[in-house]
Structure formats: C-alpha cells, structure tokens
Design a protein around this ligand. Structure first.
Ligand SMILES: *Cc1c(COP(=O)(O)O)cnc(C)c1O
Length: 464
C-alpha cells in the first residue's frame, strides 16, 4: 500500500451509480438496441470489474476507460460468441476447436432438413409414425457388419445408456489399465457410477491377464468391458488379453462383452504406420456384443454416439427410457446419414478429417511453400518454412506424430505469446503454435478459405 491514502473506500465512492449511468448520453443507443435488462447486466459486470481493480490495484476510476470497456462489451453482445476460427495448430481432431469438420455434401443435407419439414419420424410408405433411427440403422449395419445399430447424442451417452440398460445393479469387469479420463471430462468410473453398474477393476495399470478377468467373474457379473485408452499410453512392459479371448470368456460365462471403441474408425483407411486404432468391424468380428464410438473423431462426422452390435441388446437400448433423453436431433441425423453414405461409396476424400489425415507430405510441403512465399513478400518479419509434427488429436493415435510443414514467424519486438494473443482477438481468430519465441503456423489444418484471411491477419499484426 506504500502509505498511499485515500484507501479503497474513497476510490469506490467515485464510481457512479447504475441509475446515473443509465442516463448517460452514450448509453441511450445501446438501450434501444439491446434493451434495459441486457444493458444493466453488462454494466453490472463492468462495475464489479472496476471495483475489483480498485481493491486489488488501488486504481482510480476513469470515466473514459469505463465508457470504452462498456461499449466493447455491449458491442460484443451483437456478435455471435461461437464463431469460425483458423486452426493453425496441425491438430486435426482438435477437441477445443470443434473436432471434425463437416463435409460440404453433409452441410447440404443438414440445411435441407433444417429449413424444411422432413420425414424424421414419418413412414412415407404407410403414412404412419416412423422411427428416426431408421434413417441410419441400415447404413451403420452395412458399414460395420453389425446385426443392429442405434445412435445417441455422443459416445459418453452411448456408454451411459448401454451400462444403464444392460448392467444396472450388476458388476462390470474392466482392466485397471483402461480406466482413463478422456479429455473433456469423460471418466469411466464416474459414468459407471451414474449408471448404477458396479465397477470391478482387475489387473494392474500396465498388465492385465485373462485369468484376472476370470477370477473376478461371479453370479453378480453381467459384463466384461474393454475401453479404448485414448490419449493415454503406457510404453514398455504391458499386456492385455486379446479381444477374441475376452469375448470367449464372456460368452462361456453368459456375459455381455462390450467395447467402448472411442474414435469410431469405420473403414480400413490407410492410417499412419504404428497406429493401434482398430476398426469397428474388427471389434465386432472379435466377438464384441456391443461397440460404442464417437461420430466426430476419426469417423469425421457430427457429434454422435454410435452403438452397434447384437440385435437382442440393441433392442433393449432402443426401448430404455434414457434413450429418449439422449436422442439425436434431426440436423445431426441428416449430417450423419450423409457421412455414412460417403463411406458406403468410398468417397473418403470428401471427409475433411480423413482428407487431412491422409494428406501426402509433398502436398503439405507445397501448401507451406505457397504460404511462405506470400508471407515473405508481404510481412515485415522473419519468415521461415520448417518441418513440424502434426497430430491426429481427439485421443486417437496418440502414439503417432504426423510429419508436417509449417511457417515460423519471428519479430524482434513482438514476443510469440503477444502475437498469439493478438491473433486470438481477431474477428476470425487464428490459433497457432509457438516455438523459440516465434509463432508456428501448421499448414495441414488450414482450409482453402483460410489462406487470404490468415495473410491479412498476419499483415495486420506485423506491418502495423
Ligand atoms: C472420446 C471418447 C469418449 C467420449 O466420446 P464423446 O463422443 O466425446 O462423448 C468416450 N470413450 C472413449 C474411449 C473416447 O475416446
């Protein structure tokens, strides 16, 4: 406090009252545009910030700063908060940036169903009530070889529904090595508890044997469950039983064998070498009765929870009351159906996630070259093309770094973190990496229409 008085109390008394502020000239246009309730809420938030600033920093009240920050917040209310950003991180399925991008053709399907009425739950042949699941079940079965299929809001919902409907008040055996927390707060022990199933952990974090499962089975057991460990990997001395052995053990004991496959790999697409991702088909072939997966990870579709497997179990899920609470909305369903159709006809290159995943390194390099040539001529900064590591993201293929190319940009007066902050504050924010106090633009995840905006944004930052 270095002896400076007056203390907070006096400074705080300088802050105008709400009624006074509402009568200011500059407020009137905002009152007209946004209405009194919203304007008051914004001003209240600003007032508490000012008070906080006085208490913490002994800062004097500045009417002009207050006016400017109010106007900034009020103007913000006229713009959408959820908006497009440029992903220059090289992480394809970036959980914080919306995971998978939706293909153009799926956007068309979504738009038709969103702006017009549809046969969502209408049987056009008989003129009677239909099932929303009917639009996708056949496709899901054809693509995975399953007897039956169902979809809910997301994979967390798919796991919850399956456990509730099939294992409530019974025991479910899971390997300790698979009890992971997945980014975005998905924890199997929590979901299990919520479902009313009792989790029985077997084995150790790095090794679980078939006899560990065997010993855990008793008359209360209903299910053996396998979970994709996502972005969690233990290297070295590890082991877990083969799927086939697990499913045989389950079936010999009259139990259900369920797998949470995570990423939802549908086709045998060429994956980066060393990948341990397996397809949904392979899970089913190995004997899983139920397999659940996300729609917006490696499948490259909308947020959805796919459930495929034996008809007798899927039928139970469909009728379970929780299914109604987790149902998929029509726009998402339209999107999912179109993506499944792209898989059916093998048009994988129309699915952005798969396209970015399978990008040829020479194509990435020429994309980087093109961008670096433009930036070198336009920016008053040091521009270099560099090799980078990209990532699949979304908990898929965590063991794999994808070789990529990027542009590193440095400036003696602008720190990388400062530039990153400026780039995040733009109308179309740019999210990029940094290395050795230079920002790094990974080109793999740049979309065609990102290029011009990105160049203009960087000019704004470095040439200002
Ligand atoms: C991502 C993931 C989930 C959660 O899926 P959402 O679709 O995000 O709900 C569950 N289990 C595994 C193994 C995952 O990888």
């Amino acid at each position: 406090m270095n002896g400076r008085q007056p203390a907070d109390g006096l400074l705080i008394r300088e802050i105008p009252a709400m009624n006074e502020i509402l009568n200011y000239d500059w407020i009137s246009t905002w009152l007209e545009k946004l209405g009194r309730t919203h304007v008051k809420r914004v001003i209240n938030a600003e007032l508490s910030r000012v008070r906080q600033n006085i208490i913490e920093n002994d800062a004097a009240f500045s009417p002009e700063n207050f006016r400017l920050s109010c106007i900034k917040s009020l103007a913000g209310a006229l713009r959408n908060s959820l908006k497009r950003v440029i992903n220059a991180t090289g992480v394809i399925i970036h959980t914080n940036l919306g995971r998978s991008l939706i293909s153009e053709s799926a956007v068309k399907s979504m738009s038709l169903v969103a702006t017009g009425y549809s046969n969502l739950e209408y049987d056009l042949e008989n003129g009677t009530r239909g099932q929303r699941n009917a639009h996708i079940e056949g496709l899901m079965c054809s693509l995975t070889g399953a007897e039956a299929a169902f979809a809910v809001n997301n994979n967390a919902g798919a796991v919850l529904l399956s456990l509730c409907a099939l294992s409530k008040n019974t025991e479910v055996v899971v390997s300790r090595g698979e009890l992971v927390e997945i980014g975005g707060s998905f924890r199997i022990p929590d979901i299990m508890e919520l479902s009313g199933a009792k989790l029985v952990e077997v084995g150790t974090t790095n090794r679980t044997h078939l006899h560990d499962y065997e010993r855990a089975i008793n008359e209360r057991t209903s299910m053996l469950m396998k979970i994709h460990p996502s972005n969690f990997r233990i290297e070295g001395f590890t082991s877990s039983p083969e799927r086939k052995a697990l499913s045989r053990l389950a079936h010999d004991n009259g139990l259900i064998f369920m797998e949470d496959a995570g990423s939802g790999l549908l086709a045998d697409i060429k994956l980066p070498s060393k990948s341990s991702e397996i397809t949904i088909n392979a899970c089913l072939e190995a004997g899983a009765d139920i397999v659940t997966f996300s729609g917006d990870k490696m499948l490259g579709g909308p947020q959805i929870g796919g459930i495929v497997g034996k008809k007798k179990y899927i039928d139970v899920l469909k009728k379970y009351p929780l299914a109604r609470a987790l149902r998929v909305d029509k726009v998402t369903l339209a999107c999912f159906e179109e993506i499944l159709r792209l898989y059916m006809v093998g048009e994988y290159d129309k699915i952005p996630t798969l396209r970015m995943l399978n990008m040829n390194i020479d194509d990435i390099k020429s994309k980087a070259l093109e961008l670096s040539e433009i930036l070198k001529t336009k920016l008053k900064a040091e521009v270099n093309m560099i090799e980078v590591s990209d990532a699949v993201g979304g908990g898929s293929c965590p063991e794999i770094d994808l070789d990529g190319w990027g542009i590193s940009i440095g400036h003696k007066n602008l720190s990388a973190s400062y530039v990153q902050k400026l780039l995040r504050s733009l109308d179309v924010p740019v999210i990029c990496g940094a290395c050795e106090d230079r920002i790094v633009i990974h080109v793999r995840t740049l979309q065609d229409n990102d290029f011009d905006i990105l160049v203009k944004s960087l000019e704004g930052v470095y040439n200002a």
